[in-house]
Ligand binder design. Sequence first.
Ligand code: NAP
Length: 309
Amino acid sequence: MRAIVQNTYGGPEVLTETELALPEPGVGEVRVRIAAAGVNPTDWKHRDGTIPYDHGLPVTPGWDVSGTVDKVGPGVTIFDEGDEVFGMLPYPYQPGGYAAYATGPARAFAAKPESIDFTQAAALPLASLTAWQALNDTARLTRGQHVLIQGGAGGVGHLAVQIARHLGAEVTATASAADADFVRSLGAAHVVDYRTTTISDVLTDADAALVPFTGQTRLDSLRSVRRGGVLVSLLGANDEALTLASERGVRYRSMMVQSDHAGMQAIADMAAAGALHAKIHSTLPLSQATEAHRLGEDGKIDGKLVLIP
Ligand SMILES: NC(=O)c1ccc[n+]([C@@H]2O[C@H](COP(=O)([O-])OP(=O)(O)OC[C@H]3O[C@@H](n4cnc5c(N)ncnc54)[C@H](OP(=O)(O)O)[C@@H]3O)[C@@H](O)[C@H]2O)c1
């Protein structure tokens, strides 16, 4: 099968197209004929070695896939050959989405809603699961609570705004002025321009905050959460942040996204109901994975990149 492989850590050019043997699904696994593979910032952080791959190199990158179940392994009862599915391969230890086929645990997937296409389905899993696990499972956001979403126009942020609204929360999101209308259209009640305003000057009593940034932004976010509230960090912790959280009585949770059948099902239900939609920047052929990484890393694109094998 066709696949993108990297044999060394480095720039986008280390991604090379090659032929690999068709993988066989193990116990509890399915093999998916991939229709589309989503690209996420963690893909290039792994590619260049900022985050080394758990099982080393060579590796086929990518965690987000949509496609059709092509073979089921022993013990799989929830899918059959021919089912259309989408999901996130086990993060971080089992990538392999930049390929014509991938194998993964059946329960990493959910049935793809008929109302969304494969490109949309491949753009959703990792970023939506992150937002879902942060807001629903970790912050346990409930109706009427107020949540701060940092980076409300970003890959995780724009889905988090929609998920928070779905959970019935009031949303304050940060975004640059150019993205304010977009973030409002997703359901944010208040949009704060992070380039001109310090969030803690205008918000001090949020019940929860979702923060995909480090440094001053994370510290300011902690000052925006009420005593007893919770901050979910997507980029770990440091002593300064933990000390401030402790002084302010804010619970600090450092989260790493995980494969999650229940979470994928919730995402499928929201997408089917029209409550969750990923903004797509563009699709590229799998052979242009290098170009996709260049575009993504450049930081100038708006929305998700999706590779088509
Ligand atoms: N722990 C986990 O499980 C997990 C899961 C997913 C992602 N992540 C991490 O979370 C981060 C975000 O991922 P992503 O896919 O959302 O990235 P992204 O799409 O690149 O998000 C960047 C967005 O954030 C905005 N932004 C930049 N600096 C900001 C600031 N100081 N305050 C508010 N907004 C700001 C940008 O706005 P402009 O366009 O105006 O610059 C852009 O809209 C990445 O580092 C990723 O690796 C972690």
